[in-house]
Every structure is written in C-alpha cells, then in structure tokens.
Design a binder for this molecule. Sequence first.
Ligand code: SF4
Ligand code: SF4
Length: 121
Amino acid sequence: MSGCDECMACCKTLEVHELRKPNGVECVHCSNGCMRYETRPQSCRTFVCAWLGSQATARPLPAEFRPDRSGVILGELDTGEPAAFIEDALAPRDGPIWQFLRTLTRPVVIMVGNDREGLCE
Ligand code: SF4
Ligand code: SF4
C-alpha cells in the first residue's frame, strides 16, 4: 500500500487547530519531515486525506494524485461537502486530477487558504 512517504502537503496547506495554524500557512515544524514528530498534535496523528485513505481500498487513487504531486488535497469541509484544498491558487488546473474532479457527480468546493473559491466546474 502506498503511504505519505515524503508528502507533507497537509502540513503546508491545512489547518492544525492545536497549533493555531490556519489553512494555507506552512507549519513552523515543517522541515525535511516533521521536526516534532514524536510530540506532534493529535490532529496530525489522525488526519488522513482522501488520497491516502483510498490507498487501502479496492480503488486507490493513482500515485500522481498524491497531494505533493498534484497540488490538491482532497477532503471534506465541516459541512460534509467534498473539498479540494489547493496550495498554489495560480497553478494550472488542467492536469489529470482536475479532469477527475470534474467527472464527480457531487460538486467539489475549491478552497484556497481559508477562502471558499467556488465549485470545481
Ligand atoms: S496530504 Fe495526505 S498523503 Fe500527504 S502527508 Fe497529508 S495525509 Fe499524507
Ligand atoms: S506538527 Fe508536524 S505533522 Fe503536524 S503539521 Fe506540523 S510538521 Fe506537520
């Protein structure tokens, strides 16, 4: 099964409430790996993005969709809506993961930092 390996996209892009780290801000403990791995917050220990979660299923998302490769972290909002958290708002949105997102029947909310940019169309 594939795992996070060198990906640290969630450490750079997503909120960590214990650290008061907002979405879109790189964690201060990010370096070549987590510099406080043994004492990292609980939410860091339990977070599983949709790509990682899919790896244990019969239909794993492809390796190129891993967030550090695709620039997109798939997850969901507190509302339960599927969401794509993106690190670089200016990056092109024409790669395979974007084509995949446009095929989904439930619209995916695009999140840039704390801002809800709109739906992926
Ligand atoms: S974004 Fe997903 S694959 Fe990357 S480090 Fe976080 S949980 Fe692992
Ligand atoms: S504490 Fe470590 S695991 Fe948690 S966001 Fe920061 S670098 Fe990532």
